[in-house]
Design a protein around this ligand. Structure first.
Ligand SMILES: [Zn+2]
Ligand SMILES: [Zn+2]
Length: 743
């Protein structure tokens, strides 16, 4: 006979953990209690089989539960204890607990949804401890129905009974509801499906915000959607009912398939295998963004679109139907979550607006992941992944990393935990800036922290830099690419010196220079810029980022091929004046080591893209053309001025787009690998982190990782964080704390 206490930490609240403990205690004939605690879940067990408790606990964990740590203490036996109980929560302000992320409909609830004998039959808000909304409906901690959007829906007798029965799947599931007591939709599925089938655009309130739906085969509906959303060419995400239907559209290996069906239900970027869908969904791109249904509303919509099939076979059968699903917002603005705002703002975009009376407390866009051969690259981290904690190597003072201005996220640390916010967006308009502040207040409140230090980008004009002083605590600026590398160091606990290869669009460098293709050496809180890409001209400054032909002109200027400029971009009226301007020493000095601009230059020279509709388009279209990467043996030069690909760019002048895309990618990979290996030898550092938006490119990342790993290097890409600027905030927070301990 033995009595032990366990403090179990991790994602253990709001995921059916206490009933799980209760059932094990029953099975092992243990007495004692379990209780939600500010630091996790606290359990005391007593009995002859007490030593088997932990093994049994870990065996069949609830699917959403994650244990980070278990602290065990031996206790004195409690005489005459005869039962095991679930105790009421201990409520404390400074909580170590956390809200779980939103999760897709679980298999059991899916069965309920289409079982005519279930009280939840066709009920759009069915959920249980294993599934449903969490983060997006919670106002503050402790995670309890009264603190969520469900506070205004008192439980009916049946739901109350389920909620109170430890053996029930809905025991203490805070958002549970049924047709009698729960939220209701504003329109019938029959009508919604009929409208979509008739070619209309329908806005439907979702888990983290309103989304727009239309038929993905309907060319006119897509054109209309593009026009109304002012979204010229940016690809639209698609929804199919199941994996079998996804396989008919895109190529999915095991890894991609597993990501697609994960409870987070991200959008998965995968290569198209058929040309059945209109080109206008993702113009010029080889990949499509695919997702599966995540909420009961999605499943009910599919049920209606497929003509209300009976049974459950239809759920796994292949269906050719595909839906466009895209966030319901005006270009560049945050997702709409408020019902009234939806009726005003979406009136001109959607033919029909469908709502329900459960509020969204905080918005979360769809998350986006691109599987590559060795791992997966996160493009956007939001719904399903937030607010999952990222463990840090050790405890640091509470630091706020404000992130960058584009693809903003912020990061708040608490002890040895880091919390990176959901994707906020580009802080270039008032609505997104308001969302940034709203979310920041929300996160600081539910984490129960007091900020001791603020970290920001070293760009003096970033919005985030300007508001860094507002907190009245020390501010630490962290160089952009340093932060990119530091994010991987913090996430993967790489505490020894590492090399960082950062390839991205733009970051503020030393003396205000424009950086973006950097090879850094990182040691503690310090970094050293070992080398960089040879800087390209960017006539027109910021405009060059949206108009690749301008960078192309700069390259031809450097190659002494000015005579070719007008002929190559005859449609650009300004090319003659640009050539003139380049004679001016001030303009000719404006250069950037950006890797993004190197892609743009290649894309423009090959005639693939001379003006972009969205960030990264020129590079994505170029990648889409690659069939087999080829290496131009003398395509690069390493010198004191950095790694130059001018010989490669000169070669591209003679090539067709496909051949050029192949030579560009193959040569870039070979040149970068040689450069990195050369510095690895000089510094005797064998660990390298790769980060920056360019690594979303599958060909580049796969190719480079292969070469570096084969040469004996340890290669690290961000695992849980976006590889682009969405990951900056964690790197900033971590580096600011490293600096602090150095002082
Ligand atoms: Zn469920
Ligand atoms: Zn009910």
């Amino acid at each position: 006979m033995k009595r032990q206490q366990f403090l179990i930490q991790g994602q253990v609240q709001g995921v059916g953990f206490r009933p799980h403990v209760y059932r094990i205690a029953q099975r092992l004939s243990l007495t004692g209690w379990v209780q939600n605690h500010s630091a996790g879940v606290l359990v005391e067990v007593q009995g002859i089989q007490a030593q088997h408790f932990i093994a049994a606990l870990q065996l069949n964990l609830p699917s959403l539960a994650v244990i980070d740590q278990i602290k065990t203490t031996d206790c004195v036996l409690v005489p005459n204890e005869s039962i095991f109980t679930i105790r009421m929560s201990e409520e404390k302000k400074s909580s170590q607990a956390m809200i779980p992320p939103d999760s897709c409909l679980c298999d059991d609830c899916l069965t309920d949804l289409f079982d005519p004998s279930s009280p939840y039959y066709l009920y759009p808000f069915v959920n249980c401890t294993q599934c449903g909304p969490r983060f997006t409906i919670t106002h503050q901690l402790p995670y309890d129905r009264q603190q969520t959007a469900m506070a205004s829906f008192p439980l009916c007798d049946r739901c109350q009974q389920n909620y109170s029965d430890p053996m029930n799947r809905r025991y203490h599931a805070q958002p549970i509801a049924c047709p009698e007591c729960g939220p209701k939709m504003s329109a019938s599925m029959v009508d919604i499906a009929a409208d979509i089938t008739a070619g209309k655009i329908v806005a439907i309130k979702g888990m983290g915000g309103y989304q727009l739906y239309c038929d993905a085969y309907d060319v006119e509906a897509i054109a209309e959607l593009r026009q109304r959303k002012q979204r010229d060419a940016k690809p639209f995400a698609l929804m199919v009912l199941n994996v079998a239907s996804a396989r008919a559209l895109v190529s999915l290996d095991d890894r991609a398939e597993k990501i697609l069906i994960r409870p987070e239900r991200p959008i998965v970027l995968a290569q198209q295998v058929s040309q059945v869908l209109p080109q206008s969904l993702a113009p010029g791109l080889s990949d499509l963004g695919i997702m599966l249904p995540s909420t009961p509303i999605h499943y009910l919509l599919w049920h209606a679109l497929l003509g209300f099939p009976t049974g459950t076979h239809w759920l796994s059968a292949m269906h050719p139907q595909v839906l466009v699903v895209t966030s319901a917002n005006i270009a560049g603005q945050p997702l709409i979550i408020d019902d009234e705002e939806a009726y005003h703002a979406l009136g001109g975009i959607a033919d029909k607006i469908v709502s329900f009376n459960r509020a969204i407390m905080t918005r979360a866009d769809d998350s986006v992941i691109r599987p590559i051969s060795t791992q997966s690259v996160m493009v956007r981290r939001a719904r399903g992944y937030c607010p999952t904690m990222i463990p840090l190597p050790y405890e640091i003072p509470c630091t706020l990393g404000l992130g960058g201005d584009l693809k903003n996220t912020f990061c708040i640390t608490r002890g040895d935990q880091a919390f990176v916010s959901q994707h906020i967006g580009s802080l270039t308009n008032a609505a997104t800036i308001a969302f940034f502040h709203e979310s920041l207040t929300h996160w600081i409140r539910f984490l129960g922290v007091e900020i001791e230090r603020v970290a920001c980008d070293s760009h003096p004009d970033f919005y985030t830099t300007r508001c860094a002083e507002d907190y009245g605590v020390p501010v630490v600026p962290i160089q952009h690419h340093h932060a990119h590398a530091a994010a991987v160091i913090a996430e993967q606990h790489l505490l020894e010196p590492v090399l960082g290869l950062i390839l991205d669009g733009y970051g503020y460098g030393m003396n205000g220079d424009s950086w973006g293709g950097e090879l850094l050496k990182l040691e503690g809180s310090n970094y050293q810029r070992l080398s960089h890409l040879w800087p390209l001209l960017q006539p027109g400054g910021d405009r060059a980022a949206r108009e690749p032909w301008r960078v192309g002109v700069g390259v031809l200027f450097d190659l002494n091929c000015v005579d070719q400029i007008i002929g190559r971009w005859p449609e650009q009226a300004q090319s003659a004046s640009l050539i003139q301007a380049l004679q001016h020493p001030l303009i000719a000095d404006r250069r950037t080591s950006s890797a993004g601009r190197l892609f743009d230059a290649a894309s423009a020279i090959l005639g693939v893209n001379s003006c972009s509709d969205y960030e990264g388009q020129a590079a994505m279209q170029l990648e889409s053309l690659v069939t087999t990467p080829l290496v131009l043996a003398d395509g690069w030069v390493m010198s004191e001025q950095g790694l130059s690909f001018l010989p490669l760019l000169e070669h591209l002048l003679e090539l067709t787009p496909i051949s050029g895309a192949n030579f560009f990618h193959g040569t870039l990979i070979a040149g970068l690998a040689e450069w990195v290996l050369c510095w690895s030898q000089q510094t005797s550092i064998k660990t390298i982190v790769l980060s920056g938006g360019c690594f979303i490119n599958r060909i580049l990342t796969d190719g480079l990782v292969n070469l570096l790993v084969n040469a004996g290097l340890q290669v690290h890409l961000p695992l849980q964080l976006p590889v682009n600027d969405g990951g900056l905030s964690l790197g900033q927070a971590w580096m600011a704390s490293c600096r602090r301990s150095d002082i």
